[in-house]
Unconditional design. Structure first.
Length: 400
């Protein structure tokens, strides 16, 4: 497929990183607005992988790497969860030798390869004038790289962890919080029936928003987050006290997957890292459950308290979006088009202090967005502070 003349231009859109509810509504919003404004839209499949794996040959079948989007196509998927364009954790500037596409292996033979030249050639081959990547800070960090190379990029923030810098809200967070609260309350019946501790592990590698906010909403008695290492002895003491004051004799703690014991480090399922250097987390809930059971007699008159241990995992990122993750993606998609129509690029669409806005794209790589422990987290009680809500955004914790 070579360059072709279009009405006004051609927009590329992709989704990268983990799937969340709200991606398809964002794709739909961008596509319908762009088509009605006279643009063509190409959906890149599997994130940045679609652009490094395609072959610049009109005779080659690149249908696995991109698709021309129409209103009919996106209307069918706009109300559903996940991403019909599929996703990957591809970092085009840091591709391991084993992941270099076969047709490029002769050219790129280093242990780690920068395939940005191929990305730029493929964007030109497809006739794409603007890119709208939808993703977390990892996916969007490569959007920053393209912007620095002179390509026109407007980015949309997405991640359940809500940890993209520069915005109070990322697509997927509301549904994640909603599901966490719902499933925690469902598990209460078993915890109460057996008079146990309930330990629920939730997503959150570096930021504890997905544990702190549901706890603030009443889903749990306590929570531990990546931003503050916790003393398991103190946590056990608190949970025993919570259990004793509960008529049903149980207590609940939400555990971010990136949480760390005092003196310990993150717990990984294995040592294999993705292209962004991240190892797969998982297991802190299992270890904490064992520790709580072992220590509980110390604070419970010598009697051990058993534990129900549940990792929510993909249950909070699958399925359809809630109301907020249907509305915000629509607004973000149209905001991205507003910027492109006025000739502005190198921006991140944002939601700050309850208002839609945009920020320079480099904010994505400028700092790590985490819970402000001093403002929002009681480090002695392992729970949120419940004070000073005036003028706070909808989800309490602002991006600054």
């Amino acid at each position: 497929m070579s360059n072709v003349n279009t009405k006004k231009g051609r927009i590329g859109i992709l989704t990268g990183g983990g799937d969340v509810p709200g991606l398809n509504p964002a794709i739909r919003a961008v596509t319908i607005r762009a088509l009605r404004e006279g643009y063509e839209v190409i959906g890149i499949r599997r994130g940045w992988a679609g652009l490094i794996e395609m072959i610049r040959d009109p005779k080659h079948d690149n249908s696995r790497n991109f698709i021309m989007l129409t209103e009919e196509t996106v209307n069918k998927i706009g109300r559903t969860g996940g991403t019909f364009l599929h996703s990957s954790r591809t970092r085009a500037s840091h591709v391991p030798k084993v992941n270099v596409p076969p047709h490029l292996k002769d050219q790129y033979q280093d242990d780690i390869n920068d395939l940005t030249p191929e990305i730029l050639k493929n964007l030109d081959y497809l006739g794409i004038d603007y890119m709208i990547p939808i993703g977390g800070d990892d996916t969007l960090s490569y959007g920053v790289r393209l912007h620095q190379e002179g390509f026109k990029v407007v980015a949309i923030p997405k991640t359940m962890d809500n940890d993209v810098p520069g915005t109070d809200y990322c697509i997927g967070f509301s549904t994640c919080v909603t599901r966490t609260i719902e499933m925690t309350h469902m598990l209460r019946t078993s915890a109460g029936s057996h008079e146990r501790f309930l330990v629920i592990e939730v997503f959150g590698r570096y930021a504890g928003f997905t544990a702190l906010l549901p706890t603030m909403a009443g889903a749990a008695n306590r929570c531990v987050i990546p931003e503050h290492k916790f003393d398991v002895d103190r946590l056990t003491e608190l949970m025993v006290a919570d259990r004793l004051t509960n008529p049903s004799n149980y207590s609940v703690v939400l555990v971010s997957e990136g949480s760390m014991f005092d003196g310990g480090e993150m717990i990984f399922e294995n040592q294999e890292a993705d292209m962004f250097g991240h190892k797969k987390l998982g297991g802190i809930g299992d270890i904490l459950s064992t520790k709580l059971k072992e220590i509980s007699p110390k604070y419970n008159n010598g009697q051990r308290i058993n534990v129900i241990n549940q990792r929510l995992g993909y249950l909070v990122r699958c399925g359809d979006p809630d109301a907020i993750d249907s509305i915000v993606p629509m607004a973000f998609g149209n905001l991205a088009l507003d910027l492109l129509l006025e000739g502005t690029s190198g921006r991140l669409v944002t939601l700050k202090n309850g208002r839609y806005d945009n920020e320079h794209l480099e904010v994505v790589t400028s700092y790590k967005k985490k819970v402000d422990v001093e403002k929002y987290y009681n480090t002695d009680r392992y729970r949120p502070f419940y004070k000073s809500f005036e003028s706070k955004p909808l989800f309490i914790m602002a991006s600054d």
